[in-house]
Design a protein around this ligand. Structure first.
Ligand code: GLV
Ligand code: MN
Ligand code: MN
Length: 408
């Protein structure tokens, strides 16, 4: 029953998009405002008090009988042309757990907060975890100067959407007495499907570097400027794309992706004079990731020099790899086994808000099988039965945490 309800709610939120014909919900958009209002209504219906913090995270709170707050959640923003489940599934399964408590008229010996973070994907400002970094008290004030494609700064976006940007750094909106965080998320990979398991515990979350790079060359006439001596910024960028691919292939366990590029002035008969591109670099070992990032910066410099171009290189964000808390993972494994399933543990190559929450409390994550491991794609798909299992496992998990707090 609650599996079906979560599926329907994921469908409903997927209809709230900033653009027609596909799903995209960037930070600070009208679509984000609308999903927050919708989810806030569901939270109130589950007996929760609701607040919004200074960056626009939506937080529902279900009071308990004692000290401490256990936080569940994920994010409500999306990538461009997104699927329905990356983020919302974690928020809505968390809400379903609270609804169960509310329906049973049950209070745990701690409060439960459901955090719906306002920006995890970093679509608008090229930097992830904006929402959870503020909630956790780890927001970096330098980010406020970043601009989106239209030249709007993050500071202005925060002012318009939520609150005072100057209040974000050095403060947190998580409760002081947070005792743990557990995030449900689609796996975004094929392992659970291959192992024929609906859910699995997460052992660690990858570290990542997000770089904004660019080449400036010389725009010119496509018909009259000889090939010799051109300063084609797009050719330089193309070399860097292939270099990133080759370097990541040569370093086992690493991935590197250029997912965004803008070419200016952008006409078929003009040699590209300027290119900006994103570069996303990941590895489970922070040292290896750092080495790869430095290598690519060096190669980008050589490519620029060889083509008479100027290089721009800005590391917009780095986050370290985060292991899940061994004790919480063990409790999660117990809950999975109590539900009659094998408790597999697998690492996450995707970034998650749990990585920021690790600053304030022990964290764990539960992955849910998704079809073909497809994600960041409208074809994202999960089964209702797996969602029902997820809610059951999370309900049991909260029960185990409660038993521990009661000293049983
Ligand atoms: C978020 O989905 C990320 O891993 O970038
Ligand atoms: Mn994502
Ligand atoms: Mn996500």
């Amino acid at each position: 029953m609650d599996g079906a309800n979560v599926m329907e709610r994921c469908d409903a939120l997927a209809r709230i998009s900033e653009e027609q014909g596909f799903l995209v919900r960037p930070y600070g958009s009208d679509a984000m405002r609308e999903v927050n209002e919708t989810v806030a209504g569901w939270m109130r219906g589950a007996g929760m008090g609701v607040r919004t913090d200074a960056i626009g995270n939506l937080i529902g709170r279900y009071e308990g009988t004692g000290e401490g707050t256990f936080v569940l959640g994920s994010h409500l923003d999306t990538v461009r042309d997104a699927g329905k489940y990356d983020g919302p599934l974690g928020v809505l399964t968390a809400l379903a757990c609270v609804e169960r408590l509310h329906d049973r008229d049950e209070r745990l010996p701690f409060a439960v907060e459901v955090a719906a973070f306002a920006d995890e994907e970093g679509l608008r400002f090229g930097t992830t975890y904006l929402g959870s970094s503020h909630y956790a008290g780890a927001f970096d004030a330098k980010l406020l100067e970043l601009e989106d494609r239209n030249g709007v700064t993050l500071a202005d976006a925060v002012r318009t959407f939520a609150g005072d940007p100057e209040s974000l750094a050095g403060t947190n909106s998580a409760p002081e007495n947070a005792i743990g965080y557990c995030e449900v998320h689609i796996e975004q990979g094929p392992v659970l499907e291959e192992r024929d398991l609906p859910v699995g515990g997460v052992s660690a979350i990858t570290g990542l570097s997000r770089v904004q790079a660019g080449f400036s060359g010389s725009a010119g006439h496509a018909g009259t400027v000889p090939m010799e001596g051109r300063k084609d910024a797009l050719c330089a960028a193309a070399e860097l794309v292939l270099e990133a691919e080759a370097a990541a292939r040569a370093e086992p366990g690493s991935v590197a992706t250029v997912g965004e590029m803008s070419v200016r002035p952008g006409a078929g008969n003009v040699i590209p004079g300027n290119v900006d591109l994103s570069l996303d670099i990941r590895h489970g070992d922070d040292e290896v990731r750092g080495r790869l990032r430095d290598h690519l910066e060096g190669r980008a410099g050589e490519i620029a020099e060889g083509r008479g171009c100027e290089l721009r290189w800005q590391v917009r964000q780095e986050s370290v790899a985060v292991p899940a808390d061994q004790h919480l993972v063990a409790l999660l494994s117990c809950a999975i086994e109590e539900a009659g399933l094998e408790a597999l543990r697998l690492p996450s190559g995707a970034g998650h808000d749990a990585a920021q929450m690790a600053v304030v409390c022990p964290v764990a994550m539960l992955f849910v099988r998704c079809e073909g491991g497809v994600s960041h794609n409208p074809a994202e798909s999960v089964e209702e039965e797996d969602v029902a299992v997820t809610i059951d496992v999370m309900d049991r998990f909260l029960g185990l945490v409660a038993d521990e707090r009661r000293g049983r």
